[in-house]
Write a protein that binds this ligand. Structure first.
Ligand code: ADP
Ligand code: ZN
Ligand code: ZN
Length: 794
């Protein structure tokens, strides 16, 4: 049953609007819209039939409309090469074309019988790069994302393909030589060759084969391999680089866990519909065993030869997570993460596209991985902010996952302890199946939040005496404590005690953060840095004071209080080096008593079995913020941090410091948990007609000149208002208003907000606005971008 106004489905065919504009972009979008990208099917060929010669009376001629890396929301016309490719001219072929004075890589998006330009003005394609079109599902998703997010198709495709393909390298899979052991029956010939005997023993440990590279890495030579081969102890075999195809037999490398009752009934619901679109929200408290359900769903699909695409948050794809998936299955599991080289990335893409890889795990952009035999899409921690891209194509990977699961007609599993209000509302209203896990296998329920009053009390490094005592007791009992503080640096403010001067960023409307390691002032909005002043630049006084606490200061305080205990600081500054976070996590997992001080990097997903105390230095960030989503995000964060305590054998405690111990929302969170708070906040959103009960788009305009940004904002809002009235489209238009931080990096930011009750109405209005801006001369003098379903109003 497709939901009434879901992201996918009905929304594919956005209505065509009465539109006065005839910019070329409009025709492109209309054409793309009508090139039936039907669910589960092929890209239909109807486009070429529709295209008629345009531009005069000349005879029709074949034209390839190509999506190129350009922000312009249109396609570019080229003539075919004289010799068509072996597969014929097809939509989805990757081509190299001349573009200005450069050559760029693009994708054929339409076939036409003519162009607005005369034939003589068109240039020909330089080269066809592949011998077949790019995968259909990938093309479909690019079209969908470009249309939904009002973005250029060419730019979307560039983002959605691996760098090697963007650069024009061939797509073909590469192979490597694998060495396999043989049993000749008679091991005598090796007795006088100890090195070869050793190598043979090594190969025996790898019955599925060892790459030649790995053999040399173990200190053996190619000659020794060849000698073994000659004597009949080893053979070489060419294998694809990533994900050797699954040869059949037992799917599992390690047995699945027997499920508890809640897990079993959730899995049973998933099993009801493995063959069709079946969106499910798995709302399970932290540590309740959601991952085990993912694993068993993947197992059921892999048994049918079907692939599962698993999305995890940016900082969730740790080697531990990956190891958990890899150690469960004998089928090929591949991961897309930032540590891969471009070549490895291409290999993973290919392994997914041709069906070799059965499990594909990756962060946000992995949603664009093509799948040969799609079985299910799983989005872990679906509420996580890292699924939303904040520049260029501002897509939300979870939302694209919904659309994609619908397109493929496969199950979709969204998992979270703290579901986004969007997904929760879909579940509460019955559009998604609502699966719930309320218990942890460890039997310790998640700890309740204990609020402690920050008012009128002395703090050390941000910590109240009560918190420090609790930390002391935790260490004394041989356990670990985690101190969560959402600010990196030493102190958020540097102020002069004599005249009240405050260190501010010269380029933004914000204060500079004081850092000690190394000592400097840094703006966390534009990254500009300054040396620490010795004296106040206003009055010359030397009495400069650091106000408030960041991670560095809390670390310093704790180290002073507990000199014999290791204090690990985990934030973006301390983990800049690639491996350092991993190493710290490993050390923490060894279980020695220690203290962790960190930002939200620590809050998410990590299993910290020895942590029994969590202290939140300040819970007030989202309570009274202007952004209507701030409270949702801050409640999610608090619940996730709290979930780090007591996950294993020992119960946990969570202390939350606040200036507002009587705040009703905080009280509800502490008393009844995220689920209860979320449900009552959803009611507030409904009354205020805010998302998920309306659909928004945010237009951001920025310019070094305040007047330019404001003037364009006014013009755009006025034009839109007039048009909305004229076509009687019920869309609310608010603004222009200055952005919450008006000046950032010396640029002025102005916003216009659109809100509508229906997704399609919002789409129509946003689409009109984008075209108006593209056709407007003034708009070329400023920077603007449209954000569909914005996650923040900043
Ligand atoms: P979540 O993904 O909900 O945070 P996990 O899947 O990581 O939870 O499970 C938390 C812990 O509980 C893990 O150590 C996991 O191995 C264990 N666990 C999960 N399901 C079961 C089960 N059915 N029986 C025993 N242990 C389980
Ligand atoms: Zn001063
Ligand atoms: Zn700044």
């Amino acid at each position: 049953m497709p939901p009434p106004d879901p992201l996918p489905g009905t929304a594919y065919g956005f209505e065509k609007t009465a539109n006065r504009l005839t910019a070329p972009s409009y025709r492109f979008r209309a054409a793309a819209h009508s090139s039936k990208l039907n669910a589960g099917g092929q890209l239909s060929d109807s486009v070429s039939n529709q295209a008629r010669p345009q531009g005069g009376s000349s005879a029709p001629f074949q034209v390839l409309k190509v999506a190129l890396p350009s922000p312009l929301r249109r396609l570019f016309d080229y003539l075919p090469t004289r010799q068509p490719p072996a597969c014929g001219w097809q939509i989805g072929l990757r081509v190299r074309v001349p573009f200005g004075r450069r050559e760029v890589v693009g994708v054929v998006a339409e076939l036409a019988n003519g162009s607005e330009l005369p034939q003589g003005k068109l240039r020909a394609i330089s080269e066809v790069l592949d011998d077949a079109p790019l995968p259909n599902d990938w093309q479909w998703l690019c079209h969908f994302a470009a249309r939904y997010y009002q973005h250029s198709l060419g730019d979307t495709m560039q983002l959605a393909m691996p760098a090697r393909m963007r650069q024009g390298h061939p797509m073909g899979g590469r192979t490597q030589t694998l060495w396999l052991p043989l049993s000749p029956g008679d091991e005598l010939p090796l007795q006088r060759a100890p090195k070869q005997a050793e190598l043979y023993a090594l190969l025996r440990q790898h019955p599925h084969g060892l790459a030649a590279r790995a053999v040399t890495a173990h200190g053996f030579t190619r000659e020794q391999l060849l000698a073994l081969q000659k004597k009949g102890f080893a053979r070489a075999q060419e294998a694809t680089l990533t994900a050797t195809p699954y040869a059949g037999g037992n799917l599992l490398a390690s047995p699945s866990l027997p499920l508890n009752r809640e897990q079993a009934s959730a899995l049973a619901v998933l099993h009801e519909k493995l063959e069709s679109y079946h969106p499910c929200l798995l709302e399970g408290v932290t540590g309740s065993g959601k991952t085990e359900i993912y694993l068993q769903l993947i197992e059921a699909l892999a048994a049918k030869g079907k692939q599962s695409l698993v999305l995890v948050p940016e900082i969730g794809l740790t080697p531990q997570t990956l190891a958990r998936f890899k150690s469960r299955f004998r089928v090929p599991v591949v991961a897309l993460h930032s540590g891969l080289t471009d070549l490895e990335r291409l290999d993973v893409w290919e392994a997914a596209a041709n069906g070799r890889a059965l499990v594909i795990i990756g962060t946000r952009s992995a949603i664009f991985t093509p799948l040969k035999n799609p079985g299910a899409i799983i989005v872990d921690e679906e509420h996580d902010g890292s699924y939303k891209q904040h520049d260029g194509l501002r897509y939300h990977a979870r939302d694209l996952a919904v659309a994609r699961a619908h397109y493929h007609n496969i199950p979709l599993l969204l998992g979270s302890a703290t579901p986004s209000f969007e997904s929760l509302q879909q579940a509460l209203s019955g559009h998604y199946r609502h699966l719930r896990l309320t218990q942890r296998p460890s039997r310790h329920p998640p700890a309740k939040l204990e609020l402690i009053d920050l008012r009128h009390q002395r703090r050390q490094g941000g910590l109240l005496p009560g918190a420090i005592t609790a930390i002391k007791n935790t260490l004394a009992s041989g356990k670990q404590a985690l101190v969560f503080i959402n600010r990196r640096g030493f102190a958020p403010t540097l102020a002069c005690h004599s005249c009240g001067w405050i260190a501010e960023c010269g380029q933004c409307d914000s204060r500079m953060t004081l850092h000690r390691q190394p000592p400097l002032l840094a703006c966390h909005h534009c990254d500009s840095r300054r040396a620490l002043p010795d004296a106040c630049p206003e009055c010359g006084s030397g009495d400069l004071r650091a106000l408030g606490s960041g991670t560095e200061r809390t670390e310093e305080t704790l180290q002073g209080l507990f000199p014999n205990v290791t204090v690990h600081r985990i934030d973006r500054d301390s983990t800049r080096k690639k491996e350092s976070f991993e190493q710290i996590l490993k050390e923490i997992q060894r279980g020695e008593p220690c203290l962790l001080v960190g930002t939200q990097m620590l809050a998410k997903g990590h299993h910290l079995p020895h942590v029994t105390l969590v202290v939140v230095v300040n819970a007030d960030g989202g309570l009274y913020a202007a952004d209507f989503r701030a409270l949702e995000h801050s409640a999610q964060l608090l619940e996730q941090v709290a979930g780090r305590a007591g996950r294993a054998a020992h119960p946990g405690r969570v202390l939350v410091q606040t200036l507002h111990p009587d705040d009703p929302h905080l009280g509800q969170l502490a008393e009844h948990g995220y689920g209860a708070l979320a449900r009552s906040l959803l009611e507030e959103r409904r009354l205020a007609m805010l998302p998920p009960f309306c659909f928004m788009a945010l237009l951001r305009i920025e310019s070094p000149h305040e007047e330019a940004a404001t003037a364009l904002g006014q013009q755009a809002a006025q034009a839109l208002q007039q048009w909305l009235t004229m076509v009687k489209l019920p869309v609310r238009c608010l603004g222009p208003v200055p952005a919450p931080m008006e000046r950032r990096q010396n640029r002025y930011h102005v916003h216009i907000m659109l809100a509508a009750d229906k997704r399609s109405q919002r789409h129509t209005a946003a689409n009109w606005l984008v075209q108006w801006l593209e056709a407007n001369r003034e708009a070329r003098k400023v920077r603007w971008s449209i954000d569909i379903d914005p996650q923040t109003l900043a």
